[in-house]
Design a protein around this ligand. Structure first.
Ligand SMILES: [Zn+2]
Ligand SMILES: [Zn+2]
Length: 463
């Protein structure tokens, strides 16, 4: 196994990358869904125990490890926390990796296996550096990030953030491998889910006049819900309405009684959020009324936006620069996903950071939550080094207050473009189309990849 420790300057912190890769692969092979992370939390607790790190559980499937510094009375020092989310997604893995998921229909497709393995590595190293720590480090292995109402809210309600002075988390992203992205201020969207049940009247498909067809009504509502962002909201604002689940019926010759939709909403503006929620109810109720059906709505409590605090941003920036080198730290744009880390970072200054785990340039064209999503594991070196350095800085009372993160630092393109779709060469920029004969969609189909594989974008191309 390649150990990229070898390729980095010798003064940088040594981290257990080979072990972290092993833990990550074990986790990847044995993914568990939100609120059911039993084996995962047992594995975490076992490992922390091996390094004499005391643990406790606030919920059945989350683990908090406490590393007490011995440089001082740990009760007088500061307390910093790291959050690693540990749950997987209901996705059938199609990566073809030798260590692919052994649990049918469950996959670590959001990189939480990486977050967990990194924090284990960080905990192992810090457990051997207790004499340098004035204070405590809490390693919070959080359950159920992927499913509302989320695990963070529950942990914070049970006191997980009570002693913290600062809190940090990484999320993998398709940036260059081992690069650390830090964003000042808002870094994610707020997001929520509404489950909608449309009740019509079931019956025999041969006599539709006796029925009220919820399949048709749900389909009509789905199309109309997609007009909210394009027709009801300011196009300069970021909002997303996605019907991710539509279930109705069991047989082709039966009109069912009900159809169920699950809709995900994301926004960065509370006024827009209210407008989206009102429009969803108005559209679904309107379509139902036109057909004589009825709808019920089950709104789940949304995840707030993650807003990074200046103190934590500055600390993370300077720690990352020390830990991985200036060239690998960049000012990141906010991204469209959300994360319940916001429940922690609402309580104490926090910084949610991105760890580049590679994109199309290393043969990984698929974004998070895709059944073929892959990462470059050696990126964990940068993640562990940054986490360790943050702890060393934050728990050193003689360390100066970190200076401001520079404003003029280079940025990376925001994650997740649509460039992986096959492109029609006739659809260039307005300038490039001038005087050209446009290629027809039919012509284009002859050059499309036969396997359905996406075409990675050419260098510099942006969709
Ligand atoms: Zn996710
Ligand atoms: Zn995630």
């Amino acid at each position: 196994m390649t150990d990229a420790n070898d390729t980095l300057p010798s003064h940088r912190l040594e981290v257990p990358i080979d072990e972290a890769v092993g833990w990550r692969r074990t986790l990847h092979q044995n993914p568990e869904l939100s609120f059911r992370e039993y084996q995962t939390s047992d594995m975490i607790e076992d490992l922390l125990g091996q390094w004499d790190i005391p643990t406790y559980r606030l919920t059945p499937t989350s683990v908090i490890g406490v590393i007490e510094g011995t440089a001082d009375d740990p009760k007088t020092g500061r307390v910093i926390g790291y959050r690693a989310d540990i749950d997987a997604l209901p996705i059938q893995e199609e990566t073809g990796l030798e260590y692919a998921s052994r649990n049918p229909g469950v996959m670590h497709a959001c990189g939480h296996d990486m977050h967990t393995a990194m924090l284990l590595g960080t905990a192992k190293v810090l457990s051997g550096m207790r004499d340098k720590l004035h204070g405590k480090v809490l390693c919070i292995f959080q359950h159920a990030e992927e499913m509302l109402p989320g695990g963070a809210r529950e942990l914070v309600e049970k006191g997980a953030a009570d002693d913290l002075d600062e809190v940090y988390a990484f999320h993998v992203a398709p940036h260059p491998v081992g690069h650390v992205g830090i964003c000042r201020g808002r870094v994610s969207t707020m997001s929520g889910i509404v489950s909608i049940s449309i009740r019509g009247r079931g019956g025999h498909s041969s006599n539709p006049q006796l029925s009220i067809d919820p399949v048709l009504i749900a389909s009509e509502a789905t199309i109309m819900l997609n007009t909210i962002v394009s027709r009801d909201l300011d196009p300069k604002h970021m909002n997303i309405v996605n019907v991710g689940s539509l279930h109705a019926g069991e047989a082709g010759n039966v009109i069912p009684d009900t159809a169920n939709l699950e809709v995900s909403i994301r926004s960065v503006d509370e006024t827009d959020w209210e407008a989206v929620c009102q429009r969803i109810e108005a559209i679904v109720n309107g379509v139902c009324q036109a057909h004589g059906a009825q709808a019920t709505f089950d709104w789940q409590i949304p995840y707030p936006m993650v807003v990074n605090a200046d103190l934590a941003v500055n600390r993370a920036w300077h720690a990352a620069t020390k830990a991985v080198g200036d060239a690998k730290v960049f000012a990141a744009d906010p991204w469209a996903p959300s994360d319940d880390f916001s429940y922690f970072s609402r309580e104490v200054p926090g910084c949610y950071m991105f760890l580049g785990t590679g994109g199309p340039e290393v043969g990984n064209p698929y974004f998070l939550h895709n059944s073929r999503f892959k990462v470059v594991e050696r990126a964990m070196i940068s993640g562990m080094r940054t986490e360790i350095q943050i702890a060393l800085d934050a728990l050193d009372p003689s360390a100066p207050t970190p200076p401001e993160m520079p404003e003029t630092k280079k940025t990376m393109p925001s994650a997740g473009s649509v460039a992986q779709r096959p492109r029609n060469p006739g659809l260039g920029t307005p300038q490039s189309r001038a005087g050209e004969v446009r290629t027809t969609a039919q012509d284009q189909s002859t050059s499309a990849p036969v396997s359905g594989e996406p075409t990675p974008p050419a260098s510099g191309e942006d969709a």
